[in-house]
Design a protein around this ligand. Sequence first.
Ligand code: ATP
Length: 377
Amino acid sequence: MSTTSQDSQSTSQPANTSPNNPSMSGVHSGTADCIELRRLHRYFGKTHAVHDISFSVRRGHVFGYIGPNGAGKTTSMRILATLDLPSFGDAFVDGFSVVNDPELVRSRLGFMPDSFGTYRDVNCEEYLDFFARAYGLTGRDRTRRLREVLEFTGTVGMKDKPIRGLSKGMKQRLCLGRALVHDPAVLILDEPAAGLDPRARIQLRQMIRQLANRGKTVLISSHILTELAEMCDSVGIIEQGQLLATGSVEDIQRQRAQHRELTLRVLERAGEAGDLIRKHLAEQSSNPPTSNSTPTSNSNGASVETSSANSGDQSLPPASQVVVDGELVRFEFEGDVRDQANLVAWLIGQGFLIAEVAAHKKSLEDVFLQVTEGLVQ
Ligand SMILES: Nc1ncnc2c1ncn2[C@@H]1O[C@H](COP(=O)(O)OP(=O)(O)OP(=O)(O)O)[C@@H](O)[C@H]1O
């Protein structure tokens, strides 16, 4: 059975027997973190597929693992699933080391690989039953568990169907069922939404959130970033084997974002506020602005004014493209959240009544594109 086999075929460096990582030194059952990667490395010849990756996932959280093709996601997930060994470092599932306690890890982990094995001549129930038996479920417990899994994954109606007759979406459901059959604490899902239609993707997302609400810890990779953003508590962005950023999307945004888009609602004299922002930042600039104030129209057809200004000033960040639209003053500037607060405080100090401040939130796609460079090894 694939979930319990060690794959040593491509281990080109000595596998880590982890003498410095005794099995019980990691996170433990009952503690907050349920998955931990600790300084994980994996070489394939000269390819450093996983390069010193460390992160942890709290119990009951969904962690999105994102990165371009060949970034090292599947490799690290396979190590967590005990299908491969790290060259150095260790990983822990529910407190147990993948290096020293693979059997205990397997009993606590369900893995959904990115491709489905070939089991053409068995039907869905037989398939699940096989894995339930392999995990040691017997008698009524096994029957009850099979029913629960078939119901949860919406596969009751296809339990007698041969696997060869299943559509892609049905196979994905069955594969999730297989990962769940022994009621593991941790789920590792490698691109589970690949090839699914929109309805099936929504259903899968709901199932994953339900599982997390029931206390399962989920590590999921996907290239569909909008979906990950909706279901994940935190994400890790990986490229060329290295973890470039980790945390909630907002955290990563906060750490990385230097380019901000702000909208202020100024109750009176919004035009003046816009002019002041523009002029002040232009005056402060060490590079004189091009002072090209140009009237344009916004998407509603309202008359707006835009101009560009750059600032080398340290106390206020450079702003560009100031747009005044009724009470709203919109502009972009380079700076962090503190710069944003300073700018607003300065305007209030100038006597403007600022009723609202809205900062445009970057999407996970924006963050991903900002953090990664599209490098492939
Ligand atoms: N068995 C192997 N033998 C040799 N190289 C491998 C092996 N498995 C993975 N690699 C290499 O390791 C690197 C990481 O691959 P991995 O499959 O982990 O990437 P990924 O992030 O899952 O990519 P994708 O999004 O395309 O699935 C790649 O350069 C890949 O070619």
